[in-house]
Design a protein around this ligand. Structure first.
Ligand SMILES: Cc1cc2nc3c(=O)[nH]c(=O)nc-3n(C[C@H](O)[C@H](O)[C@H](O)COP(=O)(O)O)c2cc1C
Length: 315
């Protein structure tokens, strides 16, 4: 087959600290890589100064303002050789503080992103603890600004479930060990191997759509349960995003992450966070439970919106 004339071109943009998200992206890309009619390029996004893994505790907390406000960091991205006009871009990102990770939000604000994503269909791939709804809203805005078309979303979340992963995921990023911890009291963190391997099925659908006659439009993964929405997290994510935004403003007003005052402020914020968790979280859970019969329709509307099947959340 004469190379570039008839082959479909796919670009996979990815950033991962532990490699988990890279494995998910590889799994999605596998059917495309196996097909001679498809050319796949990979573009790793690298911050000039790597973020640590495992994270020192206060640095982990002190990163939320830049993440929530999407303050870009300098990147080392080798993309000069990549020609725009891809038939599909797969954008694999992890979530940091209810926003795309800083390397990915920095990339999305770069000229390279504008060049590579303009007028191009994009499928986003997320692997995170379980709170990705607000991050995806931010990514949607970036894609729209770049003139890209979001045509699908794959979201894999940690296997341990909401309560256990609340402990398991921070323990993982702060110790570098996936667990289980404390004699099995805290289960292993991360997405299950079954989910990572299973992500190939989305790649197979993408392959078929790319090589078929129908244009990549709408939600190309519709019906595959690629990004199940947990409606119990919608309100918590909204409250969390607001809180990160407001506190983040205060942190940013004190200077960059290295400014002297930011470390004690991060310690203070940790105390605030813990107080919020033991007070506001149970109170909102009870309020949600009490008012859920009244809010049923509204929650269903919001769920449909985040799942991609409605234009507006109707807030
Ligand atoms: C600084 C930081 C903040 C995070 N914030 C969130 C979050 O808001 N929501 C979420 O679901 N996961 C969050 N996570 C978990 C990551 O999305 C991801 O699951 C984990 O870092 C492993 O990613 P990797 O294996 O691709 O490196 C956070 C992780 C880090 C390091």
């Amino acid at each position: 087959m004469p190379d570039s004339i008839s082959k479909k071109r796919v670009l996979v943009i990815h950033y991962s600290q532990t490699g988990q998200l890279d494995r998910v992206a590889q799994s999605v890309a596998a059917p495309l890589l196996d097909d001679e009619a498809v050319l796949v390029d990979f573009l790793p996004v690298r911050p000039v100064e790597a973020y640590p893994f495992p994270w020192p505790f206060l640095q982990f907390i002190n990163t939320f303002p830049e993440s929530a406000h999407q303050v870009p960091c300098p990147l080392d991205v080798q993309a000069e050789h990549l020609q725009p006009g891809y038939d599909l871009v797969i954008l694999a990102y992890q979530v940091w503080y209810l926003a795309p990770s800083i390397p990915i939000s920095s990339f999305l604000q770069s000229d390279t992103a504008a060049r590579l994503l303009a007028d191009t269909p994009v499928v986003t791939v997320i692997a995170c603890r379980n709170m990705w709804l607000q991050a995806q809203e931010k990514v949607k805005a970036h894609l729209q600004r770049c003139g890209a078309r979001l045509v699908g979303n794959i979201a894999l979340v940690d296997a341990a479930g909401s309560i256990a992963s609340f402990f398991a995921t921070p323990l993982w990023v702060l110790t570098g060990r996936k667990g289980p911890h404390w004699f099995g009291l805290v289960p292993s963190a991360g997405v299950s191997q079954e989910d990572v391997d299973g992500a190939q099925r989305f790649g197979e659908t993408l392959r078929q759509r790319l090589l078929g006659s129908m244009p990549l439009e709408g939600d190309v993964l519709d019906g595959l349960d690629a990004a199940p929405v947990n409606d119990k997290l919608i309100l918590s994510e909204k409250i969390g995003t607001r809180s990160f935004y407001l506190w983040g403003k205060l942190f940013l007003a004190c200077g960059g992450p290295d400014s002297m005052i930011r470390t004690p402020l991060a310690a203070l914020y940790t105390v605030f966070l813990l107080l919020m968790i033991v007070t506001v979280v149970p109170i909102t859970a009870v309020l949600k439970w009490l008012f859920s019969p009244l809010l049923k329709k509204r929650i269903a509307r919001q769920k449909a919106y985040y799942a991609g099947s409605a234009e507006s959340a109707g807030d």
